[in-house]
Design a protein around this ligand. Sequence first.
Ligand code: GLN
Length: 490
Amino acid sequence: MEECTALQLRDGIARGQYKSFEVTERIFERIERREATIGAFISTFKEEALEKAARVDSNIAAGRKVGSLAGVPIAIKDNLATRFGTTTCGSKILANFAAPYDAHVVEKLEAADAVIVGKCNLDEFAMGSSCENSGLQKTVNPWDASRVPGGSSGGSAAALAAGMCYGALGSDTGGSIRLPASFCGVVGLKPTYGRVSRYGLVAYGSSLDQIGPFGRTCADAALLLQAIAGHDERDSTSIGETEAPVPDYLADLDRPIEDLNIGVAREFFEAEGLDPAVERAVREALNIYEGMGARLVPLSLPHMQYAISAYYLIATAEASSNLARYDGVHYGHRTGRPRDYLDVYYASRAEGFGAEVKRRIMLGTYALSAGYYDAYYLKALKVRNLIRQDFQAAFERVDALCCPTSPEPPFKIGQKVDDPLTMYLSDIYTISANLAGIPAISIPCGLADGRLPIGLQIMTPAFTEDRILRIARMFEAATDYHARRPELKL
Ligand code: GLN
């Protein structure tokens, strides 16, 4: 059962071939063995998970109807609010914060009878690309403990890659699902903005944030997306059922798309810092699609080069506003002179936030300040529109776009911490999809030096997650990169 996918496990549990209780026990044995090295989880819920697993087992034994993830151990990112445990966002300021409600996706997982095993590490408030900005702990890459797992959902991806869960949830504002998926050799899907409710996702850049699944396979990503997608009136940007009904993502997954046109933008191979091993793997992937009858269409996304600049104005502007609520009064860590409320604000924020979060708040506040608003924030919004139009034009000609997820394989821990600009460049391929609001997936497509995962990114028009999954599945069916596992001597 260890090597099962989530889907196989779910079916095995439903048939009575496996017991969720035993599977969950095995997961916790692994967590106990591996966590000391990997550091993927901020908190785990062994007792509650085993209880839930036992309940699922007895419901199945009694022939009662169970949910679509019945008995499957799942991990979630620790910026998703849960009534149980803490919701830390990887920040000292929320280290002891107990949320009074469950995020929509947590309710959905519970309703699907998933077994939530723990909450995973992340860059503080999801700001980062390596997990090194977490204010609480370090997470390493299961493929090579001297390297980062990617960020910001690095804990979720590492937990999955290290076999400490069968699927996971992350959030993606500029690449935070896809980059760690690429670095840890798993599938990671950022859905269309509006596909999954953000209710209970701690806000970073509200016009960009989206929750999505990690799976070992495309089918697992489809299974998880199915469980969490759909309208929720508590998130005003969540799309209505009539405008965009949720399709059955598994129904046609194995049916290849005929006459597939894949767009390959010139800019994809001109990016700064593109590693030759990544370029080789992605070109090889494109050849594989061609071999399956796809047509490669050269085109251009002329404004993609401005994506990082626009993103770091828009995301930070939104963050500066979203993070104003952590004032030592409403939430979390409080310090300062008790009778001096300004001192409480200053001192709580100064102590509670890490350096990168402070940098983002300052950048965003500056971009929004009177006199600079037009020159920075407004201009960034215009660039965002141009990028959106680039994609619209491209999707008139092609069904999908394919490129690397990251310009390089997982890098060394510490390599980029002192150079935020270089760190920001890690998201050069992922950020555009958030600015345009379109879905994007990362799937394993190679191993640099035979041991460091490389990810292939596929992007399609808004609300075509069914298409993106089918295209990704075509590659998966033709290769075995998704089946490779890190060698864990633990
Ligand atoms: N690395 C990007 C950032 O730091 C994206 C993070 C994310 O998607 N949450 O903002």
